[in-house]
Design a protein around this ligand. Structure first.
Ligand code: AMP
Length: 574
């Protein structure tokens, strides 16, 4: 394994990516040909009459654009029936996607081809990252959790995309080669209880504090969650180090055994960490204090993760924040090849060799566009927004992922895209159209009143209340401290005024939509939401706070409603 680490040639990865992206159009054709040839015997493709043709024109003429709903019956069948339904070689594993952004969990076919693309994308991002931010042989404090034990159903293993990646026999060596082996033992990553796993990740980070060169997670939320937990539990962690005895809260025997091998009484280290924590003002600059050799913080920080960047920066002080990749349980899409760009402006370069990509031009937000005419990877236009569609080697053909991206430029001939939002509307009552992005902007603007009071917005979500006519928007906020009713009433008015979509503004003026309500929830409410999702099997590593609670998500709505401590009604349009 050591040999593999030393032989890994990052310059070669960059050269290869430069070469591939200079010839993106042909690479795309070749990728499509390979996918169609390898899966020619799949029932799905056979029924569409491709008859062995693999060119993009025939492909588009024969194969329809689909959403998850269209493929669901096939996927349900392949779970019970190990025949070549969507892929030439029957699928043996299925990932349960978090579904936190859309509400419904999805079963996604998974195979070794997807693992290969995972390694490719990690290597590409790492090669560019390492060029700008070189790290020596060190370790990563990675908040990765694989708590969802895979179960077998029919002939197929049901897991999560992250569990499928972390559990792959090639994962450990891939991470070694990327100079990012986790500080935590395997038993901690594969814990059946994520609270215990998290506590031990933090403990391992402290024990190996000098070796930690990067702090990472799949989605940035996990890092924030981890260090909010640290703020609560740090004295207990320090005590474990001092005494060399693991807290009794860790009950999983395999974790206790693994951790006891690492833990020896170390009062000197305990005192040092204690002093450092006490010396910080409101935890500003916590990361470099705890981990003196940390070079960067890394994870997905765009889209739904952007609201956590302020808090990450607070913990990170001067340490740079690097957003990593763009992908989904269904498949990877793009790498960040300009890691110096801050998350707010980050773009991702599409990897033309990992899937066949198409882009549906927007606008078609209301779904009325009759004919969807996707364009190819190299035909997109700078400044335009598109819904992303891909065909991958794990049985998804012309699959509409449901994400909207904007083309910001090109890396050679492959587009550099910015994630904009999920394609579905989030908040709509009548003629109003507000996306998750509009909500984010409105929340960002209104929360400035909190910042003036040195109060943080911990998390937020929204809900359409139609219980009485006319309906209205409800925004739920969890905030870090107490502030006056006056400030919160101002926030509420500002939220209402910051939805500038003409449909909303008009409806508000003529009272077709009632006054927006801001409901402040008790501290810890969003943690309860995370826990309720984890209890239903959502992987912590892929957790995203749902930004709108649908009427069918009664559990989450109930948690929110049960924890409201204050509410305010907007007077912005009175
Ligand atoms: P999941 O399948 O649970 O891993 O979630 C995948 C979804 O997360 C994608 O469809 C996007 O909506 C979102 N996502 C993934 N990567 C990024 C990124 N780099 N920036 C913004 N959103 C992302």
């Amino acid at each position: 394994m050591r040999e593999e680490v030393e032989n890994f040639d990052f310059e070669k990865v960059i050269d290869e990516f430069e070469k591939i992206t200079k010839d993106a159009e042909n690479v795309q054709k070749e990728t499509l040909r390979r996918i169609l040839e390898e899966n020619a015997s799949a029932e799905y493709l056979k029924n569409l009459g491709l008859n062995g043709r693999t060119d993009p024109e025939s492909f588009k003429a024969c194969v329809p654009l689909v959403t998850y709903k269209d493929l669901e019956p096939y996927i349900n069948r392949l779970i019970d029936d190990a025949s070549p339904i969507l892929t030439g070689t029957p699928i043996t594993a299925v990932s349960l996607s978090s579904g936190t952004s859309q509400g419904n969990r999805k079963f996604i076919p998974w195979n070794d081809e997807l693992f290969k693309t995972t390694v490719q994308i990690y290597q590409t991002s790492f090669a560019y990252r390492n060029r700008d931010f070189p790290i020596q042989d060190g370790k990563a404090l990675s908040f990765i959790f694989s708590s969802n034990a895979s179960q077998k159903k029919g002939g197929v293993v049901l897991g999560t995309a992250t569990a499928n990646v972390f559990g792959n026999p090639g994962y450990k060596s891939a991470m070694q080669s990327l100079k990012a082996p986790s500080v935590s033992p395997h038993e901690v990553i594969f814990s059946p209880d994520f609270h215990q796993s998290l506590y031990c990740h933090l403990l391992c980070g402290l024990l190996f504090r000098e070796e930690v060169q990067s702090i990472s997670s799949t989605f940035a939320h996990s890092i924030i969650y981890a260090f909010r937990t640290f703020e609560q539990d740090w004295e207990e962690l320090v005590n474990d180090i001092k005494e060399g005895v693991l807290s009794s809260r860790i009950t999983v025997p395999s974790i206790r055994t693994a951790m006891s091998k690492l833990l020896k009484p170390n009062p000197e280290l305990a005192n040092l960490i204690h002093k450092k924590c006490k010396g910080l003002s409101n935890w500003y600059g916590l990361f470099p204090e705890l981990f003196p050799n940390v070079k960067y913080i890394q994870g997905i920080m765009t889209g739904a993760m952007l609201p956590y960047v302020t808090k990450l920066r607070h913990y990170a002080g001067e340490v740079p924040l690097l957003t990593s990749e763009y992908g989904s349980s269904e498949g990877w899409i793009a790498s960040n090849v300009n890691p110096k760009v801050p998350p707010e402006f980050a773009t991702y370069a599409v990897l033309p060799q990992i899937a066949y990509f198409e882009f549906i031009p927007l606008p078609q937000l209301d779904g009325t566009q009759v004919e969807l005419k996707p364009v190819g990877l190299t035909d997109v236009k700078i400044g335009e927004e598109y819904e992303i569609v891909f065909t991958n080697p794990a049985g998804l053909y012309r699959y509409r992922l449901g994400d909207v991206v904007k083309v910001m430029g090109f890396h050679n001939s492959t587009p550099e895209i910015k994630f904009m939002r999920r394609s579905n509307l989030l908040l709509t009552i009548n003629i109003d159209k507000n996306t998750e992005n509009d909500l984010q902007l409105s929340v960002e603007t209104a929360s400035m009143f909190l910042a003036e009071e040195k109060i943080e917005l911990i998390d937020y979500t929204s809900y359409i209340d139609l219980s009485k006519e006319p309906g209205h928007y409800v925004i739920f906020w969890e905030i870090s401290g107490e502030t006056s009713d006056q400030v919160l009433a101002e926030c509420c008015n500002c939220l209402d005024k910051s939805f500038i979509d003409p449909g909303y503004v008009t409806s508000r003026k003529v009272q077709g939509i009632d006054a927006l309500e801001l409901r402040v929830v008790e501290k810890g409410t969003f943690q309860k939401i995370l826990e309720s999702q984890v209890a239903r099997g959502v992987p912590v590593s892929q957790f995203k706070t749902p930004r709108c609670v649908g009427p069918t998500n009664t559990t989450m709505l109930q948690i929110l409603l049960d924890n409201v401590v204050k509410s305010y009604v907007s007077t912005a349009y009175n």
